[in-house]
Write a protein that binds this ligand. Structure first.
Ligand SMILES: [Zn+2]
Length: 451
């Protein structure tokens, strides 16, 4: 194993050069840019690493982007499946970037550019770890598969169908997710799950066209109707009031609570960065982390109606629209929550408010006690020389559910990022030393997993 880790150290610059190459592709899935070229590059690299590669379409075709699938045998009969994505978020707003987003620049021990962390940096680190095994011992310590999709950043449409269709191809013993990073204190984070999501657009058309606001005496107002409806969804106490919303919420286990106990307390820092003094419900410390990770949410993402221009315009709006997302936790089901939302609106007299769903994903998480977690902890301890922290689930969402449920795989997530990575934002960056350590952690994990 030592020679593998040494190889990673000595070839750090080559690994970085590959990452720079990958980040030059403007792979913005939301705008369908550079998809084919990037998928080709990724497939070519994997072939070069000795993998059998297939570029597979998603079940529904465009706008769903192809998946790069690859497999290689190893010394042990066990197989690990890596999930990654080669697409990135749009680079806008451009004027806030200090360097061009698709021309990666090294500065002060960091690499700046769109995708340097999410997720191209993790792809490059994983490829570098595989190369280290190939070059030092010839064969991989275990079987390795890659499933690298091209539209994670637009919500991974059809991923559940894709996994169902390619169940046999994707069969493995464990799954490694796209990649997290270290805490501000430099402790490696081992993450075990994701939240789910239901995204809806609520619309009210109260009258055929806008009216003079003097008709406020007798005509229904779409803005008021929508506001009244929204106010039945969540109360000032932050509880969601949709009947049955919390029925399937699985509270954290004793092991999960114990893991959360060891997490850093970033609450004060977060409040400061948003210019507030306390959280909505007053939680801080341990209870803040428990709430952040294990509570579902109802969030108004956007709201519009009537006149929004400068100065007054006395108008009674015919239409009103709200975009709302629900972050879901195990074992809530996005389809079930959508039905409950409909029933809730109907029951409260809002049959006229339509719901258009823009996507749903199930939550998923692996138990803290799974042996895979111990193997990954061991690899991280060895490389970082520090005790890793376990995040039982992230507060964000990803298409993990079919991997955990359809394929039945335990899952862990480690990566090359840090809290200042500016993920999805201008000036996305990684620290070169995190990239080095993250590469070595994957290499160490492969060795331990194959054992
Ligand atoms: Zn992302």
């Amino acid at each position: 194993m030592d020679d593998v880790l040494k190889y990673c150290d000595e070839h750090h610059d080559e690994a970085l050069a590959k990452l720079v190459e990958l980040c030059r592709f403007e792979t913005v899935s939301a705008q369908g840019r550079a998809i084919e070229e990037t998928a080709d590059w990724v497939a070519g690299e994997l072939r070069d690493l000795g993998f059998d590669v297939q570029v597979l379409p998603k079940p529904e075709g465009p706008p769903a982007q192809p998946v790069v699938y690859a497999e290689a045998k190893g010394a042990s009969a066990k197989t690990v499946l890596f999930y990654d994505h080669y697409d990135v978020q749009p680079e806008e707003p451009l004027d806030l970037w200090k360097t061009p987003p698709f021309e990666p620049v090294q500065k002060d021990g960091k690499l700046y550019g769109r995708g340097t962390f999410d997720n191209k940096g993790n792809i490059a680190a994983r490829f570098a770890a595989i190369r280290a095994w190939r070059e030092t011992s010839g064969e991989l310590p275990c079987g390795v598969k890659f499933c690298i999709e091209g539209d994670e950043e637009i919500g991974s449409p059809f991923m559940e169908e894709f996994v169902e269709r390619h169940k046999e191809l994707l069969a493995a013993d464990a799954c490694i997710w796209e990649g997290g990073g270290v805490t501000w204190e430099g402790l490696p984070m081992v993450t075990l799950g994701v939240k789910g999501l239901l995204y809806v657009q609520l619309e009210c058309q109260a009258i055929t066209h806008d009216a003079h606001s003097s008709y406020g005496t007798v005509l229904p107002n779409a803005a008021w109707r929508l506001v009244w409806a929204l106010s039945t969804i969540k109360g000032p106490d932050e509880r969601v009031m949709i009947e049955g919303f919390y029925d399937d919420v699985r509270p954290p286990t004793a092991d999960e609570r114990a893991a959360v106990q060891k997490l850093p307390d970033d609450a004060a820092e977060t409040f400061k960065s948003y210019g507030i003094e306390r959280s909505t419900t007053g939680v801080s410390g341990f209870e803040y982390n428990i709430r952040h990770l294990f509570e579902p949410t109802a969030t108004i993402d956007g709201l519009s109606s009537g006149y929004e221009g400068e100065g007054p315009k006395t108008v009674l709006p015919a239409k009103a629209m709200a975009k709302v997302d629900f972050r879901l936790v195990n074992d809530q089901d996005p389809g079930d929550i959508e039905r409950k939302l409909r029933a809730h609106l109907d029951k409260h007299g809002f049959e006229d408010i339509t719901i258009t769903t823009h996507g749903g994903e199930h939550p998923a998480r692996t138990p803290v006690t799974d042996p895979l977690v111990a193997t990954m902890m061991e690899a991280c301890r060895e490389v970082y020389g520090k005790e890793p922290v376990i995040l039982p689930t992230m507060a964000g969402t990803g298409p993990l559910y079919p991997f955990v449920t359809t394929l039945g795989l335990p899952n862990v997530d480690i990566g090359i990022g840090y809290p200042g990575a500016a993920i999805h934002a201008p000036n996305e960056n990684i620290r070169l030393e995190d990239f080095r350590a993250g590469t070595k952690a994957i290499a160490a994990f492969l060795g331990k997993f194959g054992r």
